[in-house]
Write a new protein. Structure first.
Length: 316
């Protein structure tokens, strides 16, 4: 199979039939063998009924339905697990991603040898304040912390070699940073393609301030995991050593001062340096414990799905 198109969605009943017809037309005109995997992330409208109808009419359409809304990252993870195409294309279901871009994305993976190609919506139709400025800030911060030089990390239209999606773990809200996850997994040939962005035709945007905040928290998380995910003791142990050393230094100072320099002065417990020493030594010990716990968890953790599937369509 040439291409798997993975489409996570939430309440996009109005766009699904049009999107399916558009993708099918592109695939047939380019003689691609394909599958379209719709992942219904807990929609409360008629999205699943439309997916079921499409699947009954076209065996190349497959559907996954979650019991509830688990998030876009979990939907992508479920789609990646089922994908079988040599090249995996992801796109949003709101018709803002253009299926006509698929052939060139496919060629960049198959012919140019990229592991991942990310779309770049250079000209956008979103609100400048609501989405454009936050996206620019996200992209700048992601470039600085990850070293991956992309202009648009958050573009839903991406192409992957199959072994890339099988070897990355997308969870939380990490779908924004899949190129970083891919780089951390050893897939370093990452390209970018300017793609056409289309104004939203149906429904309302799912972007809000909570996603803005969550995105930055996830960026901090992915920085930590990239730098210390396999060696948490290196971070927490270093911080613990610094804090404990500071506390120990103050303790020695207080002891020497009380025994030899000023034996008749104030009690040690009446001096602020005592509480600084006590606090820093306790914090340093806690950092050490956190490092040990991190190492233990890392060595004993087992994979566990972060979503539950209610229905599946057309999967063997």
């Amino acid at each position: 199979m040439n291409i798997s198109v993975v489409i996570p969605l939430l309440n996009e009943q109005d766009s699904l039939s049009e999107l399916h017809d558009w993708i099918a037309k592109v695939m047939q005109s380019n003689h691609f063998s394909y599958e379209i995997i719709f992942i219904d992330d807990g929609s409360t409208d008629n999205s699943w009924q439309i997916i079921s109808q499409l699947a009954s009419q076209n065996d190349d359409v497959k559907g996954i339905r979650f019991f509830k809304n688990f998030g876009k990252s979990q939907a992508l993870h479920a789609g990646f697990e089922k994908a079988k195409g040599d090249v995996v294309i992801t796109m949003d279901a709101d018709l803002q991603d253009n299926p006509d871009e698929i052939p060139e994305l496919y060629n960049m993976i198959k012919d140019d040898g990229f592991d991942l190609v990310s779309g770049w919506k250079k000209k956008r139709y979103d609100s400048v304040i609501a989405k454009n400025l936050p996206s620019k800030l996200f992209n700048w911060a992601a470039r600085k912390t990850s070293g991956v030089k992309l202009n648009d990390f958050n573009c839903g239209l991406k192409a992957y070699r199959l072994n890339v999606v099988k070897n990355i773990d997308v969870n939380g809200e990490m779908h924004r940073y899949i190129p970083v996850l891919s780089k951390n997994a050893g897939f370093t040939k990452i390209g970018e393609k300017v793609v056409q962005h289309q104004a939203r035709k149906y429904g309302e945007t799912k972007f809000g301030m909570n996603r803005f905040v969550h995105g930055f928290l996830d960026l901090i998380t992915i920085w930590f995991l990239s730098s210390f995910g396999k060696r948490p003791m290196h971070l927490f142990g270093a911080l613990g050593f610094i804090m404990f050393t500071i506390g120990l230094g103050f303790s020695f100072y207080l002891g020497i001062d009380k025994l030899f320099l000023n034996p008749t002065g104030r009690l040690i417990t009446q001096r602020p340096q005592f509480y600084i020493a006590l606090s820093t030594m306790i914090i340093g010990t806690q950092f050490f414990v956190a490092g040990f716990l991190g190492e233990i968890i890392l060595r004993t953790k087992q994979g566990k799905k972060r979503y539950s599937i209610k229905n599946e369509l057309n999967f063997d």
